[in-house]
Design a protein around this ligand. Structure first.
Ligand code: PAF
Length: 282
């Protein structure tokens, strides 16, 4: 695996790969890699000749009171995992490389659709930071395919929309949610969970599955279902950020005759905010 810290040298290596007729698969990450990231790398590996992974903890997508400064930086362990996963090129730029003119006057990519609800409502500016950095990374890497996890369902939908709106020539590949045995979706922030809370956090996934089963068995009283699910999570001792039954395409509250539904939830533990989702066709 070759490691690049600069845009110019990565571009040079990728230009050579392209000249040799190779396709490029890209997995953008913020590091602290776990098995779910490695599944993204495996998917890129299956579908493309050359695999590029980026590790960049993007300050632009963190709120002022969020965990940018404490976000785990685990470079040596990440590199070992990427070598095992046969990553070809690791791009690990510093902030000056990605934002050479600083962040205050950085040109931004703003996707007005789907970004002021759910995670966007509780994390103002978050998706603007995500779309800006992902657009930059796409311009740097110019991949044929880029792989994102369905765990971040809203992020995936927003990135798909950005790619469509800006005619970016990349195919977005969605990777299934990778879960722990009790159903907890794998996330870099799971490391913030206390030993006391860890056995109880599967309530988020259990509530999503319960609501999905209720809808499949014919319930259409979505508002009541959301309230019941919120109560289950609160009874387990967690504060609910949101729990919403949505239309999978536009993330608006689902209508009774919608056929593609995604149920999305977010809750606060003492040290982390966890998100998860379940999709169903009715
Ligand atoms: O999902 C993430 O880890 C980040 O939001 C991403 C896509 C790497 C952009 O910083």
């Amino acid at each position: 695996m070759q490691v690049f810290h600069h845009v110019a040298s990565l571009r040079e290596a990728l230009a050579e790969a392209r000249r040799d007729g190779k396709t490029i698969g890209f997995v953008p990450t913020m590091g602290n890699l776990h098995d779910a990231h490695i599944e993204l790398v495996n998917l890129a590996r299956e579908q493309c000749d050359v695999v590029v992974v980026s590790i960049f903890v993007n300050r632009l997508q963190f709120g002022l009171n969020e965990d940018w400064d404490t976000y785990p930086r685990t470079m040596q362990a990440d590199m070992a995992k990427l070598r095992v996963a046969s990553c070809d090129y690791l791009f690990h730029p510093d902030e000056a490389e990605i934002y050479p003119n600083g962040m205050d006057e950085q040109t931004k990519v703003i996707c007005p659709a789907m970004t002021d609800v759910l995670c966007g409502a509780s994390r103002p500016g978050h998706f603007e930071g995500v779309t800006t950095v992902v657009a930059k990374l796409f311009n740097i890497v110019q991949p044929n395919k880029a792989v994102f996890g369905i765990k971040d369902f809203q992020q995936l939908a927003v990135i798909r929309r950005m790619v469509e709106d800006l005619c970016i020539p990349v195919e977005i590949v969605a990777a299934p949610v990778h879960r722990e045995e009790d159903g907890l979706a794998m996330s870099s922030r799971n490391g913030y969970l206390s030993e006391v809370e860890r056995p109880r956090v599967a309530i988020l996934n259990q509530s999503l599955i319960w609501v999905s089963d209720e809808i499949k068995s014919g319930r259409k009283d979505f508002a009541a279902l959301e309230d019941e699910a919120r109560a289950k999570i609160e009874q387990a001792g967690f504060k609910v950020d949101y729990f919403s039954i949505c239309n999978s395409k536009d993330l608006q509250p689902a209508a009774h005759d919608d056929s593609e539904i995604t149920i999305l939830g977010a809750m606060y533990t003492s040290g982390a905010r966890l998100i998860d989702n379940v999709s169903l066709s009715v």
